[in-house]
Design a protein around this ligand. Structure first.
Ligand SMILES: *Cc1c(COP(=O)(O)O)cnc(C)c1O
Length: 338
């Protein structure tokens, strides 16, 4: 089976398992887990931030950021395809009691002009615009990324208008291996960043939230209230550390595999509207009268798993466990696919 459902399906490598076995652990709720402490300090340093917080999931780290940055009756601005709006069960409303102001971007990306036009004036009857969330890379947007010069005007606007700027950087490294930009430069442009270790980086569990010390201290208290205070979490953090130390350069290969298969898909008569492939995600539409579900069913008989992203829409995600040999198999299958 070639599993392209998501880059969350990766399983720990032998080296990662060894690192997990060997981890030194303690009770992280008392901040006595040396491996969690090492992971937090590594990611904070990487992004040039004061502090970091290890979380069980990227959903939790995003939700903690939203809650830490806002008060009930505030509003967050984000793109309509963004994970914080689409895939977190409306957590912004549930946990934080805030409203959302959705912008329609271009391939998931919004501009400072759009954000500025969306900021609400201060009236007693309007939610207060307090937070902007960007996603890099954009998941539902097909893996598109913002470059630093694209982010700059948004950062400047947020500073001028006193809005907090959070980055859902679930796949930030998939973008950085393409642009060659540095993590510290990314860090300078955001108040907080959430990074997933369990996507293409290949750790089984975990995300890290970074920000200034005061922000992370508040988020840490909220994490406990969310039920996310873990005890000997060092066994899991060790996998995250191993991923950061060993797997970042490998993401480049995932991005290339996505582009290679995308070029073949573009030639298939039943495929249309492939979103520009910038990183490890391929999103495309299946031409009617076929549906996405039928396309996926047919793929399954050939040993390929993808995911349904709309009635006509299919997503493939390339990751650590998709080997060059599997890609060669995919090439053979898609060169001759009817
Ligand atoms: C996967 C993902 C998350 C968080 O996912 P979890 O499954 O909760 O770890 C957040 N944002 C984006 C863009 C994602 O793709």
């Amino acid at each position: 089976m070639i599993n392209l459902m998501s880059d969350t399906v990766t399983k720990p490598t032998a080296g990662m398992l060894q690192a997990m076995f060997a981890a030194e652990v303690g009770d992280d709720v008392f901040r006595e887990d040396p491996t969690v402490n090492r992971l937090e300090s590594k990611v904070a340093t990487l992004f040039g931030k004061q502090s970091a917080l290890y979380c069980p999931s990227g959903t939790m780290s995003n939700q903690l950021a939203i809650k830490t940055h806002t008060q009930p009756m505030d509003e967050m601005i984000c793109e309509e395809s963004s994970h914080v709006f689409q895939y977190e069960n409306g957590g912004y409303a549930f946990h934080s009691g805030i409203a959302v102001n959705l912008l329609q971007g271009r391939f998931g990306k919004i501009t400072a002009a759009q954000v500025e036009a969306a900021i609400k004036p201060e009236y007693d009857w309007l939610p207060r615009t307090r937070l902007v969330v960007l996603e890099n890379t954009g998941n539902k947007a097909g893996g598109s990324y913002y470059t630093l010069p694209e982010i700059d005007p948004i950062t400047a606007l947020c500073q001028r208008r006193k809005l907090k700027l959070h980055l859902d950087g679930a796949r930030i490294f998939n973008a950085l291996v393409e642009t060659g930009e540095s993590t510290t430069e990314v860090g300078k442009r955001f108040d907080s960043i959430s990074v997933c270790l369990s996507k293409g980086l290949g750790a089984p569990v975990g995300s890290v939230l970074v920000g200034d010390a005061d922000f992370i201290q508040k988020a840490r208290r909220l994490r406990k209230a969310f039920g996310g205070g873990m005890r000997q979490a060092g066994y899991l953090a060790a996998a995250g550390l191993y991923a950061l130390e060993n797997h970042i350069p490998l993401l480049k290969k995932d991005n290339e595999h996505a582009k290679q298969i995308g070029r073949l898909l573009a030639k298939l008569p039943m495929v249309e509207n492939i979103r520009p492939i910038q990183t490890n995600i391929v999103i495309f539409d299946v031409k009617s009268p076929f549906t996405g579900a039928q396309f996926l069913e047919k793929l399954l008989t050939k040993g390929i798993k993808g995911s349904l992203f709309g009635v006509q829409t299919v997503r493939f995600v390339f990751h650590l466990d998709v080997t060059p040999k599997m890609v060669a198999q995919l090439v053979t299958i898609f060169e001759d696919f009817t």
